[in-house]
Design a protein around this ligand. Structure first.
Ligand code: FAD
Length: 468
């Protein structure tokens, strides 16, 4: 769709009314910042909205939503812009962009933090780590807190403290009718259940309130690398080693070609490697004891697992997943790293072509699996490992081959897929996959909730749950 067509969809009287009260920035096709503002993290997504409403305050969100209802334009809601399938931007519609709303307030004595919806993970971590506190969240600092939290939130300290949603105390949610309500265990408890995993289906969250946990600020963390040809043995050892590991330890496996980063010796650049990336959330000396057998296994080619500020560890993956590259991803949960799963994974990983393809296999369990009470709509608590088979290329010429590689590994693993899949790691894969992400019972409960809070499916650019 070209710029003139996109602009033509706008009702000028409605736009003037919006403009008269809007404190943030309204961006339209032809504006100098339009291309920058419509771009999302995944460079394979190229959409041209008719209007981008960059909200500075809650009243802007109210006004933008009123504008959407009045004009009947498609609505996309954006916080960090990291949706893999690009669900926070649309052609011809309105993007309600909350990124400018990124205020974080920490109450170190009360052990709580409030964060506006436009906050990025790195901003939240920087504010809480000042006090040696943390909200367990994801592993790349430029990811949006809102989308991550609404899907569940997996990351470096989840095995000790649980998912991001397990820290959620309350949220402010703007419903389809434009009403701002509080969702907590005591107020709108049904909505509070739904937003802990059910994504942006029920409204626009403008602010989150989290419980804080102690962490660091120094932790024992970082990757230990072996040549990928050693991976069958490394992964077998790893499987037995983590079976005994305490919940303080969280690990992620990465298969990729070693990137040309300054801390990686030049002779490894471009060589296929496997890394076990560790983060120990307890005392450093204890972590050293736990990690020792791993670092002594086989012939590691590089060991970067050492005491460091948690903030430094948190930004470790940032250079591997920059904005604007072409990305594709498929995900599945598996119960265990059986010999067959390991051999299939390594066989495919040895065929990775792109220097930018790096895919994590997450260790789950610990506090994630133990959530007491009603842990929300997130369904993957029983997963053993989450495969996040991500490919990235700089050029469209190589993209299709890399996508085929992703699909090939995902399909090969199909006999081992568990019933669940993490909703935040779905592409546009159809409604059955969304149902898989929740399981039948929760999915039906979510549909009933959707009928109550958004019967017309205004919030549909997400992993959509149709109203019952
Ligand atoms: C580089 C990278 C690293 C990642 N790492 C992790 C990780 O470590 N752990 C993890 O759990 N996930 C991770 N993810 C997945 C991530 O959780 C999802 O992509 C998530 O949707 C990103 O949120 P966002 O706010 O940046 O996205 P956006 O694209 O802005 O939004 C994603 C979805 O949420 C909706 N949404 C956004 N904000 C709101 C809001 N305020 N109210 C209602 N709906 C809203 C959007 O409409 C859209 O449907 C990662 C993704 C990327 C790209």
């Amino acid at each position: 769709m070209d710029a003139t067509v996109a602009a033509a969809g706008i009702d000028s009287a409605a736009l003037e009314e919006l403009r008269s009260s809007f404190a943030g920035e309204l961006v339209q096709p032809g504006d100098p910042s339009y291309d920058e503002r419509r771009a999302v993290w995944n460079g394979s997504i190229d959409r041209r909205p008719a209007l981008i409403a960059r909200c500075a305050e809650t009243d802007d969100v109210v006004a933008a939503l009123r504008f959407v209802r009045r004009t009947g334009l498609t609505l996309a809601v954006r916080s960090g812009g990291h949706s893999f399938p690009g669900q926070s931007v649309c052609d011809g519609g309105v993007v309600v962009d909350l990124r400018p709303m990124n205020r974080v307030q920490v109450d170190p004595d009360g052990r709580t933090a409030t964060a506006q919806a436009g906050t990025l993970l790195g901003e939240l971590d920087a504010a809480t780590q000042d006090f040696g506190l943390v909200v367990p969240a994801g592993i790349v600092t430029h990811t949006g807190l809102a989308g991550l939290t609404l899907g569940g939130g997996i990351g470096w300290v989840m095995r000790k403290h649980g998912l991001t949603i397990d820290q959620l105390l309350s949220a402010r949610v703007m419903t389809a009718g434009g009403e701002v309500v509080r969702a907590s265990p005591d107020e709108n408890a049904d909505l509070f259940w739904g937003i802990r995993g059910g994504g942006g289906n029920f409204g626009i969250v403008t602010e989150f309130e989290f419980r804080l946990n102690e962490l660091g600020p120094q932790v024992l963390a970082g990757p230990i690398f072996w040549r990928m040809t050693d991976s069958p043995q490394v992964l077998r050892f790893y499987r037995d080693w983590i079976a005994e590991a305490p919940d303080d330890l969280m690990t992620i496996l990465i298969h990729r070609k070693a990137p040309p980063l300054p801390f990686i010796p030049a002779e490894l650049h471009g060589e296929p490697v496997v890394a076990v990336v560790c983060c120990y959330a307890g005392a450093i000396e204890e972590g050293e004891r736990v990690v020792k057998p791993l670092r002594e296994f086989g012939r590691p080619v590089l060991d970067l697992c050492e005491p460091k500020p948690f903030l430094q560890h948190q930004s470790m993956f940032d250079p591997s997943f920059p904005h604007g590259r072409l990305y594709y991803m498929r995900s599945c949960d598996v119960a265990e790293l059986s010999d067959e799963v390991i051999d299939m994974t390594v066989e495919h990983s040895l065929r990775i072509a792109s220097p930018h393809t790096a895919f994590p296999i997450w260790q789950l369990g610990g506090a994630v699996a133990r959530a007491d009470g009603d842990g929300g709509a997130f369904a993957g608590r029983g997963a053993g490992h989450t495969f996040n088979i991500t490919a990235g290329t700089d050029s469209p010429d190589d993209f299709e081959a890399e996508r085929e590689w992703v699909r090939g590994l995902w399909s090969a693993l199909e006999p081992h897929h568990q019933d669940t899949v993490y909703v935040n790691f779905l592409m546009d894969e159809g409604s059955e996959r969304v149902r898989d992400a929740y399981g039948d019972e929760s999915y039906e409960r979510l549909r009933t909730l959707k009928r109550k809070y958004d019967p017309d499916n205004l919030f549909r650019l997400n992993h959509n749950i149709p109203p019952a």
